[in-house]
Every structure is written in structure tokens, then in C-alpha cells.
Design a protein around this ligand. Structure first.
Ligand SMILES: CSC[C@H]1O[C@H](OP(=O)(O)O)[C@H](O)[C@@H]1O
Length: 339
């Protein structure tokens, strides 16, 4: 399963706002429209956002190939893409890598083919990292595991295979997964619409629950471990992930359930000391007062809609990466592996 394709100098995105009911692919040749697609979550998920931005950078280069000041036009395109969403560090990591590639190749239109190869490398490397971290993570999954996950950290959130769902896939292929409990993940239902879609597609056993059921499920002894994604990890292991992750972490700690996040190195931001430095995206209140276009609250009501929360590293059992599973002391071990 994939959600991002580059063919004939055109970027194709699977419109994730219409899943699971409709599988619509949208073709993009304008980087500004791709920035809008990231903001509107046509494509979402930290690694997927980075990969998409890398391809959009190539669309900009193709558009500006005859511009009087190609380098200046590319800097402006980078700024447009960087403004699309603030939390997932993969976006900025990918754009920096593309800009460095352009600079290393003369900052001229002659670099376009190399830029496209770089974007394709970012995409292919992400899938490879997911498979590797998936296999590392499968080692922490016990036999007959009942796993709880939150939001979507699968193929649709990455270049393919997934991070948290990459661990699930690897463990399932080893015969170790009895059930995956997927939080629906209000307000945009990435769990119900995307994780359930992926697991049903792969014939991996999945039970969909509402977010407020997770604590009671743990209290009933039905969860052996929690594995979920990450949008940005600070140097000490504090991390931002979909809103609701913090509540799951606190519940898991109370019930003595192992709690892991899975992420590629492109999601680690060592420039930020701790979670207080991670920018948290606030999204429109209409996502809270409406569900699938149906109004569910008075329009005049005040809303608060942070798309992410920050979980302190103290609540983490381990961090699953393509370089292995990292245990405390997280700051020292992250610096050792990724510094
Ligand atoms: C593999 S990163 C997935 C990560 O991204 C999601 O956020 P969004 O759907 O808003 O892009 C969520 O935090 C997932 O854990």
C-alpha cells in the first residue's frame, strides 16, 4: 500500500481525507498546491509529509527552470513548503536535504535531475528504514500480543510499510500478533479511517475503539503493549505525537503496560532540548464542531484543537528506530546513535 507516487515529473497523492470510502489519487504539478495538500491533510504523517515536500521541491525546480533568478525562486518555494505544517520535523529535514542537494550541484536548473533522484532516495530510504525498525521493534512484541495503537503511523503516514504499523506488520509476519486495538483518534479519525483501513487490507486482526475506551481496555487486562508513532522527538526523548498520545501514555504507565514510540531518524530533532521546544500545530475549530461535514456542536461554541501533544520521555519504555530499540538514559543514547 502506498500514498505517494512520482511519475513523469508529476506527483500523485492518494487523497487521505476521503479514505476509507473513496480511493482517489490527485495529480500535482504545482508545488503551491502540494503545500495546500499538506496543510489540508490530503497527505499526512511525519515521514510522508517530508517525502511529499521533497517531490514538491522538484516541481518548483521544474517550474522555475527558466526563471531569471532560479536560486532565489527556489528559496521562496522552500519557504512556501516549510509553512505548510509546523510540527513534523521531517518536513524541514527533507527540505534542508533538498536545498543542500541543489547547492551542492550549482544551484542551477541543470541540477533538476539530481534533485529528482534525491527525492526518490528520500522516499526509498524511508521505506527501508521502516522495514528495519519494524524488524527491530518486533523483538519487543511478545507472543500472542494484543497491541494498542493511536492515530495512523502506517504506510499512509510514511513512504510505505509504516513505523508503528511497520512493527505490527513485522511482528504479525512472525506470528506474534493476536489483536491490534486501534483508537479512532478524534477529531479527524486517522485511526478509524486509515489504520483500520490498512490492517483490514493486510488481514491483520484489528478492533476499532473510541479514544475514551483505551483506559478501560487496559484496566481489563486486554492490552500487552502500546506502539504508536512520532512527529518530532526532542534530544531528551520527549516527543510530539497525535493528540491523545499523552493520555494513552499516562494510562499505560498506571497499568504497567510497556509503551513504545517508533520513528525513523528523520523524526529526531536534537536541536531541541526537550518537549517544551516542539511547536504544536493548532487546527481550525470546525474539525471539533463537525464530523465528516455534519455539525455536532453549536457553531458559536469555543473550541481548542491542538493536533498534537507532548509525551515526556519518563513515560516511554523504549524508542524503536532503524538503528535499534533505545532504552533510558534516552538523552545520552539518542546523542550516541544520532548525534
Ligand atoms: C509515522 S508518523 C505518523 C504520525 O503523524 C500523525 O499526525 P497527522 O495525521 O496529523 O499528520 C500522527 O501524529 C502519527 O502518529
Amino acid at each position: 500500500m502506498d500514498a505517494i507516487r512520482w511519475e513523469g515529473n508529476t506527483l500523485y497523492l492518494l487523497d487521505q481525507t476521503r479514505l476509507p470510502v473513496q480511493e482517489d489519487w490527485i495529480a500535482y504539478t504545482d508545488f503551491r498546491s502540494v503545500a495546500r495538500a499538506i496543510t489540508d491533510m490530503v497527505v499526512r504523517g511525519a515521514p510522508a509529509i517530508g517525502i511529499t515536500a521533497a517531490y514538491a521541491y522538484c516541481l518548483a525546480a521544474l517550474e522555475f527552470r527558466n526563471a531569471p533568478d532560479f536560486a532565489a525562486a527556489m528559496e521562496q518555494a522552500e519557504q512556501v513548503l516549510a509553512a505548510s505544517r509546523p510540527t513534523a520535523v521531517n518536513l524541514f529535514w527533507a527540505l534542508r536535504r533538498m536545498a543542500d542537494c541543489l547547492k551542492a550541484n550549482g544551484s542551477t536548473p541543470e541540477a533538476i535531475d539530481v534533485l529528482i533522484q534525491e527525492a526518490q532516495a528520500i522516499h526509498e530510504e524511508d521505506v527501508e528504514m521502516n522495514r528495519t525498525l519494524g524488524d527491530f521493534g518486533a523483538a519487543v512484541v511478545p507472543a500472542h500480543a494484543r497491541i494498542l495503537t493511536h492515530c495512523n503511523a502506517g504506510s499512509l503516514a510514511t513512504g510505505g510499510y509504516g513505523t508503528a504499523l511497520g512493527v505490527v506488520r513485522s511482528a504479525f509476519n512472525q506470528g506474534k500478533v493476536d489483536m491490534v486495538y486501534a483508537d479512532e483518534t478524534r477529531p479527524l479519525l486517522q485511526g478509524a479511517r486509515l489504520t483500520a483501513y490498512e490492517l483490514v487490507h493486510d488481514n491483520i486482526p484489528c478492533t476499532l475503539i473510541t479514544d475514551n475506551m483505551a483506559g478501560f481496555l487496559m484496566a481489563q487486562g486486554k492490552v500487552d503493549l502500546v506502539i504508536l508513532g512520532c512527529d518530532r522527538m526532542a534530544a531528551n526523548g520527549d516527543f510530539a505525537n497525535k493528540i491523545g498520545t499523552y493520555s494513552v501514555a499516562v494510562n499505560a504507565r498506571y497499568h504497567g503496560i510497556p509503551f513504545y514510540t517508533a520513528l525513523p531518524s528523520s523524526t529526531i530533532d536534537l536541536s531541541i532540548e526537550d518537549g517544551s521546544g516542539i511547536p504544536i500545530e493548532e487546527r481550525p475549530g470546525v474539525e471539533v464542531t463537525h464530523l465528516a461535514g455534519v455539525q455536532t456542536a453549536p457553531e458559536q461554541v469555543r473550541t481548542w484543537n491542538p493536533a498534537f501533544d507532548v509525551t515526556p520521555h519518563q513515560l516511554l519504555t523504549g524508542i524503536i528506530t532503524e538503528r535499534g530499540v533505545i532504552y533510558p538514559p534516552f538523552k545520552e543514547n539518542l546523542a550516541k546513535l544520532f548525534g
